[in-house]
Design a protein around this ligand. Structure first.
Ligand SMILES: [Zn+2]
Length: 150
């Protein structure tokens, strides 16, 4: 991390920085995180300089730490982002988000006759390769780029 990047991160007392967001995904991620409902300070930056990506987006949310379910959702939309957790101005955890092998109740099945679209139940998808999800119930495969969140 460059000094400039470190400064951006250090300004948060407690909360999470979502870093390395592709610029075209920034507002999708912001919506997914429901930042419009946050009552604590939120900073959203886009087209920031990044050595790794050229340009990137970044979101800082005060007082917010993500659950595994929220992280899985983020991973579906944007598999390569990074989460940095800050407590008392210190970076306590950095993690690269990765897509889990099984996604429970995160994605909607694209098959209209799938039981998960007709019964009040949780969806389950298995990761196939790096970019395909397969429905546990009907076997329908969907590319990650086309999925709809539940
Ligand atoms: Zn299905």
């Amino acid at each position: 991390m460059s000094n400039k990047e470190q400064k951006l991160v250090a300004a948060l007392e407690n909360g999470t920085v979502i870093d390395h967001i592709p610029t075209d995904k920034l507002f999708t991620i912001a919506q997914l995180l429901e930042v419009s409902k946050c009552t604590e300070p939120v900073l959203i930056g886009n087209n920031l300089e990044s050595k790794m990506m050229g340009k990137k987006g970044l979101i800082k949310i005060s007082g917010k730490f993500f659950t595994e379910a929220e992280i899985s959702k983020l991973a579906v939309v944007c598999p390569n982002i990074r989460l940095v957790e800050i407590r008392n101005y210190e970076v306590v955890a950095k993690r690269q988000i990765t897509l889990p092998e099984t996604l429970t109740d995160i994605v909607k099945c694209a098959n209209p006759v799938c039981i998960t679209n007709n019964e009040p139940m949780k969806t389950v998808f298995y990761l196939k390769g790096t970019d395909t999800l397969k429905c546990r119930y009907c076997g329908k495969e969907q590319k990650l780029e086309n999925i709809k969140l539940k």
